[in-house]
Design a protein around this ligand. Structure first.
Ligand code: ADP
Ligand code: ASP
Ligand code: MG
Length: 412
C-alpha cells in the first residue's frame, strides 16, 4: 500500500463531467489500496474570470482582497469532487489551504509555503478517507488567505507530497507528459521519458508552464518523486528525476526548448561610457521592484554606449518612467521600449560537455532569416531574444536542427 498525492489541473476539472471522471479515476486508485490525497485547481478559466472581475473594479486590485477572491475557485472544485466521490460510496473530506493549515509568508498573490500541518490529513487517511485539498492557497500567521502565484496548485501538490513523504506526486494535466517543447506549438515535439530536476527547473523558469517553477524547486529540494501525466489517457508520463539517475552518456545535448512571450526590451541609448554607469541605471530599476532578466551593453564608439535589458511586459511602462528620470540625470540620449519580443531558450545538461551548441543555434536561426537581438548563456542553457513574430518559426527550426523531431511514422 502506498500514499499517492495527485494533482488535477484546471482543464481536468473544467466541467462537472470531468470532475465525475476524476472521481472515478481516484476511486480506482483507492480500490487498488492506495492512500489518496488529491489536490485540485479551479475549473479552467475560473481564476482568469475572477481576476477580470477584480480588475473591473480596481485597475490594480488590492492584493489581500484579490487572494480572498481568487482562492474561491479551488473551493468550488474540492467540494464538487468530494460530492462525486461520496456519490460513488467513498468517504472523502475537503480542505481549503487554511483548513489544512498550509502556512505561507504574507506576500499576497505570490506567497511561499513555510510549513504544513499534516495532522488532519493523516487522521483522515487513517480513517480510510480520500483527502481533497484546494490547490494554490494557504494562510499566513495572521490568518489571512494567501495564494501561491499562477500555476500554484502544482506547488501545493508537491509540498503536500514532501510533507507526507508520499511515494509519488502525480501531476495530471491535459498533455501526457513533459515534451521537448510545447506540443501545442510544435506538433512534432516528443514526450520525454525522464528529465532532470535541474533541466525542468530551467524549462519552467524560461517559460514552459507545464509545471510551476516553485513546484520543481520543492521537488528537487526534498527529492519528491514527481511525474507529469495525462488525466484521462493511460501512459507512463514523464518522471522528473535526479541528475545521477540519468545515464549522461546517453543524454542528448539539448533536452528541450522553452519560450516566453512575457518579456519586453528596454534600451537606454547614448549613455556616457563611464565606470559605474550601469549600476546608476539598474539600481533604481531594482528599487522600483522591477525584475531584470537579460542585460546587454554595447561596445562604445564615441564614448557613449547603449544599455539594453528585458523586463516583464507588465513592468515595461514602469521601467520606462524610471529610466526617463535616470536619462535626464546622467545625460543619456533616449529611452526606447519594445514589447514585441520573445525569448527562446535551449536547455540541456548535455551542454556542459559539448561545445558548439551556440553556433548550431545561431546558424539555424540565420537559415530562417531570424535576427538575434540579445543573447545570454549559462551552463545548461542558451537564450536569445528575437522579434515576437518569428517565435514559432524559430522554435520549430531549432527543434529540427537539434534532432528532436519525432520520426515521421511516430507523427501519424
Ligand atoms: P494545468 O491546468 O493542468 O495545470 P497547464 O496549462 O498549466 O495545465 O500546463 C499544461 C500545458 O503546458 C500544456 O497544455 C502545454 O500546452 C503547456 N506546455 C508548455 N511547455 C510544455 C512542455 N515542454 N511539455 C508539455 N507541455 C507544455
Ligand atoms: N487556479 C490557479 C491558476 O489558474 C492555480 C492553478 O491552476 O495551478 O493559476
Ligand atoms: Mg498549471
Amino acid at each position: 500500500m502506498s500514499l499517492l498525492v495527485q494533482k488535477y489541473g484546471g482543464t481536468s476539472v473544467g466541467t462537472v463531467e470531468r470532475i465525475e471522471a476524476v472521481a472515478a479515476k481516484v476511486a480506482k486508485f483507492r480500490d487498488q489500496g492506495h492512500d489518496m490525497v488529491v489536490v485540485v485547481s479551479a475549473m479552467s478559466g475560473e481564476t482568469n474570470r475572477l481576476i477580470d472581475l477584480a480588475k473591473s473594479i480596481q485597475e490594480t486590485p488590492d492584493p489581500r482582497e484579490l487572494d480572498v477572491l481568487v482562492s474561491t475557485g479551488e473551493q468550488v472544485t474540492i467540494a464538487l469532487l468530494c460530492m462525486a466521490l461520496k456519490k460513488r460510496g467513498y468517504d472523502a473530506c475537503s480542505y481549503t489551504g487554511s483548513q489544512v493549515r498550509i502556512v505561507t509568508d504574507n506576500s499576497f498573490n505570490k506567497a511561499r509555503i513555510q510549513q504544513i500541518d499534516d495532522a488532519n490529513i493523516r487522521a483522515d487517511l487513517k480513517a480510510g478517507r480520500v483527502v481533497v485539498v484546494a490547490g494554490f492557497q494557504g494562510v499566513d500567521e495572521q490568518g489571512n488567505i494567501t495564494t501561491l502565484g499562477r500555476g500554484g496548485s502544482d506547488t501545493t501538490g508537491v509540498a503536500l507530497a514532501a510533507a507526507l513523504k508520499a511515494d509519488e506526486c502525480q501531476i495530471y494535466t491535459d498533455v501526457d507528459g513533459v515534451y521537448t517543447t510545447d506540443p501545442r506549438v510544435v506538433p512534432s515535439a516528443r514526450r520525454l521519458e525522464r528529465i532532470t530536476f535541474e533541466e525542468m527547473l530551467e524549462m519552467a523558469s524560461l517559460g514552459s508552464k507545464v509545471l510551476q517553477i516553485r513546484s520543481v524547486e520543492f521537488a528537487g529540494k526534498y527529492n519528491v518523486p514527481l511525474r507529469v501525466l495525462h488525466s484521462f489517457q493511460d501512459g507512463p508520463g514523464t518522471l522528473i528525476t535526479l541528475d545521477e539517475e540519468l545515464n549522461t552518456m546517453e543524454q542528448p545535448i539539448v533536452s528541450g526548448i522553452a519560450f516566453n512571450r512575457d518579456e519586453a526590451k528596454v534600451t537606454l541609448a547614448g549613455v556616457p561610457d563611464l565606470p559605474g554607469v550601469a549600476s546608476r541605471i539598474l539600481a533604481p530599476v531594482g528599487e522600483a521592484n522591477i525584475e531584470v532578466d537579460v542585460i546587454v551593453q554595447n561596445v562604445s564608439s564615441d564614448n557613449t554606449t547603449d544599455l539594453t535589458f528585458t523586463v516583464h511586459k507588465n513592468d515595461m511602462n514602469k521601467a520606462r518612467s524610471v529610466l526617463e528620470a535616470v536619462a535626464a540625470e546622467i545625460g543619456a540620449r533616449e529611452v526606447k521600449c519594445d514589447d514585441k519580443v520573445a525569448k527562446v531558450s535551449l536547455v540541456g545538461v548535455g551542454m556542459r560537455s559539448h561545445a558548439g551548441v551556440a553556433a548550431t543555434m545561431f546558424k539555424a536561426l540565420a537559415e530562417d532569416n531570424i535576427n538575434i537581438q540579445m543573447i545570454t548563456t549559462s551552463e545548461i542553457k542558451i537564450s536569445v531574444i528575437i522579434d515576437e513574430k518569428y517565435l514559432e518559426l524559430a522554435v520549430r527550426g531549432l527543434h529540427t536542427a537539434f534532432g528532436m523531431d519525432k520520426d515521421p511514422v511516430e507523427q501519424q
